[in-house]
Design a protein around this ligand. Structure first.
Ligand code: ADP
Length: 403
């Protein structure tokens, strides 16, 4: 990988491909373009792209019904992205590597890997562990490998950062054969946590060696306990359902509830999965929306209760993360809710004074980078996460190591 090479980062979901094009520089990857194709397979996909300054450079909708070259699958959506990149004014970026967000790396993959046939087979074997995401991630890899033969494809995993967990944080209280079969607490959002850990360490090397609790609060939500840059514990487990309540996911639930619904009410796995992934969390509790902005603006008691539960559980689990670390030096809020919802941050922190958390209300309202009160024992920080940039850094480091 040489200075000036382009790195294409892809994040392929069920009906969307997000992309970001970075240029490799001596100081690390620099973002040039970003965008997405949404609505793949719906018959009415939508392509948008913007420049590094945020200016909208493309906004294209294909007609309902999929006529006129509308991308119907990941391969053709990637084709639309590539065609747009190739139409950029000269000097056109030559794509030297593609980095992929892959949700699951299984028990062993603790770092990004260059994908070959053997790796792809290994990743395919993990599909049953993440059936909603892994197949789409792999479709993105296959589409990019077909489009760019010979260009390295680097898979970066949401689980990898958590492979430093001690055994106790990695296991369930089941007979050991379940652990051996891969029934473990993998943890997710790892690319976001690794980005935040590195960023804090760059900004303040001493704090980077300290104890951080990071709250990634977006549509998906989890916490991570980090010591000296390494993940020690996280609220997500075998799947991205566990831990905190989320936009539409339930978070921690007594497994006895599921047994009851199955045994006494005849629910099957598909119905349970739909409830737990899509009809629970902020949206399910409020009956209104998963969006914190909508809930805050609503006068409905159900909306207030959903927000109240969200903050309660986040506070409770921050206490657990601090206990695992033996105290905390900083609490970092990130992702859509963490970066923008000052009221939620304030309510989560209320009652954490015993741990040394005290907010400065004016700084919190202004979304300042540091929102703790002057002199507070725990620094409370707000940072934007950037999983795509983390992937681009991984691509540069992986290929530097390989070359
Ligand atoms: P994802 O996990 O899909 O990447 P984000 O990290 O973008 O999601 O978080 C999206 C959520 O962030 C929204 O559903 C909304 O609840 C919340 N959010 C975004 N902007 C604001 C805001 N200005 N105020 C309050 N909440 C916000």
């Amino acid at each position: 990988m040489r200075t000036g090479d382009a790195i294409l980062v892809l994040n392929a979901g069920s009906s969307s491909i997000k992309f970001e094009l970075f240029e490799a520089t001596a100081g690390g990857p620099v973002s040039r373009y970003a965008g997405q194709v949404e609505g793949i397979g719906t018959g009415a996909p939508h392509f948008t792209a913007r420049g590094a300054d945020g200016a909208v450079l493309a906004d294209r909708r294909w007609a309902e019904g999929g006529e006129g070259g509308a991308p119907a699958d990941h391969a053709s959506a990637l084709g639309a992205v590539i065609a747009w990149l190739e139409g950029l004014p000269a000097p056109r970026p030559a794509i030297a590597a593609v980095g992929h967000r892959v949700v699951h790396g299984g028990p062993d993959l603790a770092a990004p890997v260059v994908v070959d046939a053997a790796v792809l087979a290994r990743l395919r074997a993990l599909v049953p562990l993440a059936p909603l995401h892994q197949p789409h991630n792999l479709a993105g890899i296959e589409a990019a490998a077909a489009r760019f033969p010979g260009v390295p494809q680097v898979a970066c995993f949401d689980t990898a950062f958590h492979r430093s967990h001690p055994w106790e944080a990695d296991t369930f209280a089941l007979p050991p054969e379940f652990h051996a079969r891969g029934i473990r607490r993998y943890g997710f959002h790892g690319l976001s946590y690794e980005y935040i850990a590195r960023r804090i360490a760059r900004e303040d090397p001493a704090l980077g060696q300290g104890r951080l609790v990071v709250a990634h609060l977006g549509n998906g939500a989890s916490l991570c306990a980090i010591r000296a840059g390494r993940s020690v514990e996280s609220t997500m487990g075998f799947t991205a359902l566990d831990g905190l309540p989320m936009g539409t996911r339930c978070g921690q639930i007594d497994p006895g509830v599921l047994l009851h619904l199955m045994a006494a009410e005849g629910w099957d796995a598909a119905r349970l999965a739909h409830l737990l992934y899509h009809e629970s969390g902020l949206k399910g509790m409020s009956g209104l929306s998963q969006d914190v902005r909508v809930l805050e603006a609503s006068g409905r008691p159900e909306a207030a209760r959903a927000l109240s539960y969200f903050c309660w559980r986040a506070r409770r689990e921050i206490g657990a993360m601090a206990a695992v670390l033996g105290g905390m030096d900083a609490l970092v809020f990130t992702a859509g809710i963490g970066e923008n919802a000052a009221g939620v941050r304030a309510r989560i922190c209320e009652g954490l004074e015993f741990l040394g958390v005290t907010l400065d209300p004016a700084r919190n309202a202004a979304h300042a980078p540091e929102i703790s009160a002057p002199g507070a024992r725990v620094r409370v920080l707000v940072r934007a996460t950037d999983e795509e940039r983390m992937i681009a850094e991984h691509v540069m480091e992986t290929l530097r190591g390989a070359g």
